[in-house]
Design a protein around this ligand. Sequence first.
Ligand SMILES: [Zn+2]
Length: 177
Amino acid sequence: MPFPALRCPVIPDRLRSLEDISGSIRAVQGLMPDQQNEYIQRAESYIREERARRDRLFEVDKREWLMALEELGDRAAKTDLRRVAINLKDRSEHGDGSHYWYKFSNTNHLMGWLLKKGRCVYCNADLVRDGYIRDGRATTDHLVPYCLCRELDRDYLNAVPACGICNSLKWNMDPRK
Ligand SMILES: [Zn+2]
């Protein structure tokens, strides 16, 4: 008898751990153990392929990023940052990567990333080279929180790269106080 279609816990954009998925599959009522195992195996092979796919895309993102940093050199004039940020977004839109850089809808945020060379401003983790962007653990933090000063959202000096952990620790703390 064929197994019913795989309706389990689908894999969302941010990759869940296999433990999560196995747990969800085991929680589905009325599955026979061999069905559970079949689903878990399918999820396993899906995750393996998805990881490999994301690794390939990530290599393109990383290459584009390193080229942008190189192009920028040590100059950090606002006009240079803007030009390089726009180029990076553009390459990402038309290239064969994961289109990560294109996702920055606000060019000023990408300028802030370039200015800080993609390092978490709080713990100094290298968000690009160390795979934070690949794993969905990279964020842009508003130094002065967005809820306190919306005008600064457009200021590249206020948009800083931050790893997910530091960003959630900082939360809405206002560094001016
Ligand atoms: Zn950090």
